[in-house]
Design a protein around this ligand. Structure first.
Ligand code: GLU
Length: 315
């Protein structure tokens, strides 16, 4: 762990699957303000674990858009600035393998041959958002198991205990999750050999010395999974701060289909000051969407003003 000075360390961890939209830069800006307002450091980590959907062009645009907004980072990015790299997940396979080996050594992982289709066929229960709660089809009779290396062609799943995990979210307050009820045993390495998001993000946040994880509240349940992984791997738990999701006028989370909301359009229709003013206003930091600078927002940044609501409509 490389955070000897105890300064706050935040990170922005976009997946390079398209041009950033208003929701992505809302998260980036608030994460930047949060650590900068306390003299902290900010990391840009590229989460390109999905090779089919990730592209170098998108990475270049992420950097260009952050630079246009003046959201400068201390570590990471394509030039791999800093001592805790690589900062691109596709280059960190050795690190994830070592973490997986450590998890396997606890005896709580097991090979799993289930597919989405096979789980649907056994009517596996679902969360309200459609995510499957793993019903334990491949779980061995007794765990912890004698350690065996991951079997080829199988996913690796991690057993989760039937107990409450509690944490205090920086915006939404006290949270309780029971992973056995909320998601079931979860995948840490996929059958095609790809690393699962949960394992990668936990390894990265810990080894990059991240102290504050700020991101959309669609990942609130992931915080519980990540805290459990940190317990097993002996990593510290950062502070989790989940943000409202920026939604279109129909109340649906912004996506690439929302015309006019990606950075290509926003840079045509706004000056930097106007866009920062709009974001600052949406975040509750200023009372009108007046043009302003990042430094104006730094002066008024106060996490308690961020709306405690799962959605905010684009304004
Ligand atoms: N890469 C994820 C995304 O773009 C963010 C993950 C995180 O912040 O933990 O949605």
């Amino acid at each position: 762990m490389k955070n000897q000075n105890s300064v706050p360390v935040g990170r922005f961890a976009p997946s390079p699957t398209g041009r950033m939209h208003l929701g992505n830069i809302f998260t980036a800006m608030l994460s930047w303000l949060s650590v900068r307002s306390r003299g902290g450091r900010w990391i840009l980590r590229i989460e390109d674990l999905d090779p089919q959907r990730s592209g170098r062009d998108h990475m270049l645009w992420i950097e260009d858009d952050l630079a246009w907004l003046d959201l400068c980072y201390d570590e990471g990015g394509l030039e791999q600035k800093g001592d805790n790299g690589p900062y691109i997940q596709s280059l960190r396979g050795d690190i994830y393998r070592e973490c997986l080996d450590r998890l396997a050594a606890t005896g709580w992982t097991y090979p799993c041959r289930c597919t989405r289709a096979s789980l649907q066929a056994v009517n596996a229960p679902h969360q309200s958002d459609g995510r499957i709660i793993y019903p334990g089809v491949c779980r061995p009779q007794s765990l912890p198991a004698t350690v065996a290396g991951p079997a080829d062609g199988c996913a690796v799943r991690l057993y989760v205990p039937d107990r409450e995990i509690r944490f205090t979210d920086g915006v939404f307050g006290a949270q309780t999750t029971n992973l056995a009820h909320d998601c079931g045993d979860f995948v840490v390495r996929r059958a095609d050999g790809a690393w699962a998001y949960q394992l990668a993000v936990v390894a990265d946040d810990a080894l990059m010395g991240v102290t504050e994880v700020m991101r959309g509240c669609d990942l609130m349940l992931s915080a519980g999974q990540q805290i459990y992984l940190q317990e097993l791997l002996g990593f510290p738990t950062p502070e989790y701060v989940h943000l409202p999701l920026v939604c279109n006028s129909a109340g649906v989370r912004l996506s690439k289909r929302d015309k006019g909301m990606d950075m290509a359009s926003l840079r045509q229709t706004h000056s930097r000051g106007q866009l920062l003013g709009r974001l600052g206003w949406m975040a509750g930091l200023i009372s009108e969407p007046d043009s302003c600078s990042l430094y104006d927002l730094l002066a008024v940044y106060d996490r308690s003003r961020i709306p405690q609501s799962e959605k905010i409509l684009t304004k």
